[in-house]
Design a protein. Sequence first.
Length: 57
Amino acid sequence: MEEEIKMIEKNNTWELTDRPKDKEVIGVKWIYKTKLNADGSIQKHKARLIAKGYSTT
């Protein structure tokens, strides 16, 4: 997860701003995946941050 956050910041994917009082915030969700080698051993862990634009509050 820390690695994904570093890449988001490095690529300027988002910019932290103050929320306007008349706007709702879109939630986010972390998706985790473990990538395996052919023998079933762990190659690496992956994390992805997605916006939950489908939900409403």
